[in-house]
Design a binder for this molecule. Structure first.
Ligand SMILES: [Zn+2]
Ligand SMILES: [Zn+2]
Length: 244
């Protein structure tokens, strides 16, 4: 059966899907629509999910045949409108997303879970309030608190159910953050391997290479301003001290 037919079957299967849910919040998701998504990073399909908790349309960006597959290279990315879309240099989100998409686009199969949790779930306006506080001189630690930095367990429950819905048996998680593996494992995901998430050095991430500040979870831009780490997954640039 073709990948398109398999995915369309999942949409059909999920039409009336209900289960006891994942995690303490009893998160349940349904695949509601799937379409082809050719992109500059390779050929993908995009699957939109409904869930019973946060009214957000979380997305899986799928390359190759993942339904029923094992050891599927997988990346979890948190939405960042300013970084992903506008190319903001206040964060490294776009580099992280593009690296994941281009790596997975070149493999036999893989999936990026694009979680719609702007500013780690506090929303776009609140994230920009935190930026404003930082512009007014708050340090990154205080701005971090204002940003409400936390790992929302519910997001892992949503992600775990999404992988389950896609029939993915086990994943190779692209991450530098072992707690992500612990969290997903807690919700029943079989993480058979960790793939370090490495960015190739280039002119756009020169600021990583020029700072040691990454160790404290922040980085410094060309003008010397420290910025917040917005993904729960500090990035590693190949060739940096600490890179694998
Ligand atoms: Zn369910
Ligand atoms: Zn960002």
């Amino acid at each position: 059966m073709s990948m398109d037919s398999k995915l369309n079957e999942l949409v059909e299967r999920d039409r009336d899907h209900e289960c006891k849910g994942f995690g303490p919040d009893q998160v349940c998701v349904r695949i509601v629509a799937v379409a082809k998504l050719p992109s500059r990073f390779g050929d993908f399909r995009i699957a939109a999910f409904w869930n019973n908790r946060d009214q957000k349309d979380h997305i899986a960006i799928i390359h190759g045949d993942v339904v029923g597959a094992e050891d599927v290279p997988t990346r979890m990315h948190s939405e960042c409108l300013t970084g992903d879309v506008v190319g903001s240099l206040r964060c490294d989100c776009r580099d992280q997303l593009e690296t994941a998409l281009s790596r997975i686009g070149q493999l036999e199969r893989g999936v990026v879970l694009y979680m719609r949790q702007e500013g780690r779930g506090i929303g776009l306006a609140n994230k920009i309030r935190a930026y404003a506080l930082q512009d007014q001189g708050l340090d990154t630690v205080e701005a971090n608190l204002a940003l409400g930095f936390r790992d929302d367990e519910r997001d892992y429950a949503v992600a775990a159910h999404m992988l389950h819905s896609l029939g993915i048996g086990s994943i190779h998680l692209m991450t530098n953050n072992p707690t992500k593996i612990e969290q997903l494992t807690r919700y029943g995901v079989n993480v058979s391997r960790r793939l370090p998430h490495l960015l190739p050095p280039n002119v756009h991430n020169r600021f990583y290479l020029e700072t040691k500040a990454r160790r404290s979870g922040h980085y410094i831009d060309f003008s010397g301003t420290p910025h917040l780490q917005e993904q729960s997954d500090p990035v590693i640039v190949e060739g940096m001290p600490g890179a694998e």
